[in-house]
Design a protein around this ligand. Structure first.
Ligand code: F3S
Length: 298
């Protein structure tokens, strides 16, 4: 029986930076407000709320004297203006990989090109990217939808297309999209904007799941990059997604001969440790009652 933990499991550079920024502000005694939960991890968000961090939807809801933190997903340009107008301090934790996409789409759309974005149209990162386009933008989630979009465009429009991807888009689907784009759009400008943290995580998950009986993915159910890791692994072996150690199912873990473990880019190291500890307890046949408690991690 073996358990292999992916080297890339857990916080990526951008999430780490955003979370550290919030802690730094709290340590400086600032009143911290985040525009939406700072990361897609309910346990860490609850911990921050206990320390006084308040979550708001709109900049106008931020109390006077507070500091508004922009999370790593970034926000539309208009929201940045509204934070300024609200007269509160702003700490921008937009991930540099996302900020780079903002600059690309702003420039391309200002040049009169149509921006096509591979991603989930309801994801805050994609909403933020669209909010940096000077003109029209479209979102597609796979190669089929990209080809469909071409049908609705004039020949002239098809010649002025620039394509980017949400940073956490699926690598495999992106490869399919590039093939389709070359087929249906003349002179499409394609910008490979999936971030390196996502590529490394998905590649490692692919490799690890291809030699495991069972993959355990640790991460928030609202986390886009965690969902992509689950999809990559599910194509190769049985895969379960858990948010906390308490959700681990016993039977599949006891039966598996080789288990791979990875975690989304917004999963804190403490939760990964708890899950690994609980897995070893299950494998050591600890009594049911004790396992139901979340183990204390040192
Ligand atoms: Fe940034 Fe990529 Fe993480 S865009 S927030 S490094 S998943």
């Amino acid at each position: 029986m073996s358990i292999t933990v992916a080297k890339t499991a857990g916080f990526c550079f951008g999430v780490n930076r955003a979370v550290n920024l919030v802690y730094e502000l709290l340590n400086e005694g600032k009143r911290v407000v985040t525009l939406g939960p700072i990361i897609h991890n309910p346990q860490l968000v609850e911990e921050l709320e206990r320390r006084g961090v308040r979550i708001v939807k709109h900049p106008e809801e931020a109390p006077a004297g507070s500091t508004v933190v922009i999370r790593s997903h970034g926000v539309p340009a208009q929201v940045l203006r509204r934070v300024e107008e609200a007269g509160v301090a702003c700490a921008d934790a937009t991930c540099p990989f996302v900020a780079k996409i903002h600059r690309i789409v702003a420039r391309e759309s200002a040049d009169g090109r149509l921006v096509l974005i591979a991603g989930d149209k309801n994801h805050p990162e994609v909403e933020g990217i669209r909010g940096h386009c000077a003109g029209v933008s479209f979102v597609f989630k796979n190669a089929g939808e990209l080809e469909q979009l071409a049908i609705s465009m004039s020949t002239e429009e098809k010649k002025r297309v620039s394509i980017v991807a949400q940073t956490t888009f699926s690598l495999n689907e992106w490869r399919n999209c590039i093939k389709s784009a070359k087929k249906v759009y003349t002179n499409a400008k394609i910008f490979d904007t999936i971030c390196s943290a996502t590529s490394r995580r998905q590649n490692e998950a692919e490799e690890l799941s291809s030699r495991s009986d069972l993959m355990v993915i640790i991460g928030g159910r609202q986390s886009s990059n965690t969902a992509k890791l689950r999809d990559v692994c599910a194509a190769n072996c049985d895969t379960i997604l858990v948010e906390t150690a308490g959700e681990l199912p016993r039977e599949p873990i006891r039966k598996a001969k080789s288990i791979g473990v990875t975690a989304g880019a917004s999963t804190p190291a403490s939760i990964i440790k708890e899950v690994l500890f609980a897995m070893s307890e299950i494998l050591n046949n600890e009594p049911e009652k004790e396992l139901e408690q979340t183990p204390e991690v040192k």
